[in-house]
Ligand binder design. Sequence first.
Ligand code: CA2
Length: 162
Amino acid sequence: MLTGELALREWGNGLTERGSIWVLNGPNLNLLGEREPGIYGGDSLADIEVRCAETAKTAGFALDFRQTNHEGELVAWIQEARTGAAGLAINAGAYTHTSVAVHDALRLLDIPIVEVHLSNIFAREEFRHKSYISAAATGVVCGFGSHSYVLAISALAARMDL
Ligand code: CA2
């Protein structure tokens, strides 16, 4: 059977055979597309979710895509990912630069993790150069706008092929 056929086969319960990729988004990302398109691009978070769903499905995964403005909720979802996710992509928004709690939660996971950013945080203000996510992540994708998410999901799928 061709890999593509295999990847698209579903069990009939909504789950694909390779499990679920989770994409978690932090504060203010719900407002994407409304302001600062020069930094973050013109896509809304709903647009990005559609692209992520297509990418995940092509690779044979289901997608769970969420956004919260609350640090504790983000931590709770990361804990939940321990049992529900095959791989995790996270754009923690501003918590990237502040949250030891998110860092500690990510360290509890045994699955591949990709840190995602729309903008190139290293080409921006100094305070964005520090990330509490990177040390707990398998890898980092930043600077490609909404395509960063597509790259992150592709990287997770490739990692799980190893
Ligand atoms: O580049 C990224 O993806 C960021 O994670 C976005 C965060 C920022 O704090 C990080 O340094 C880099 C901010 C998201 C703010 O979202 C907005 C939504 C609509 C309009 C303006 C900003």
